[in-house]
Write a protein that binds this ligand. Structure first.
Ligand code: FES
Length: 59
């Protein structure tokens, strides 16, 4: 997985920022939004963030 890929163009949040937020204890979408800013603007990246969480859980 390319962790440098931008998952949220609005906030320029990369996948690795999401990974980091989870590592720091973010357990919900809300917590990830708070820590990274992803999802907080248009919300279009929400499904991608969800997918990423799922992929990380399965890995
Ligand atoms: S793409 Fe993430 S808030 Fe718009």
């Amino acid at each position: 997985m390319n962790l440098d890929k931008v998952i949220c163009p609005c906030k320029k949040v990369k996948r690795k920022a999401i990974v980091k937020a989870i590592a720091k204890g973010a357990t919900s979408l809300k917590a990830i939004e708070k820590q990274t800013g992803a999802i907080s603007k248009c919300g279009k990246c929400k499904k991608d963030v969800k997918k990423l969480i799922k992929r990380l859980e399965e890995a």
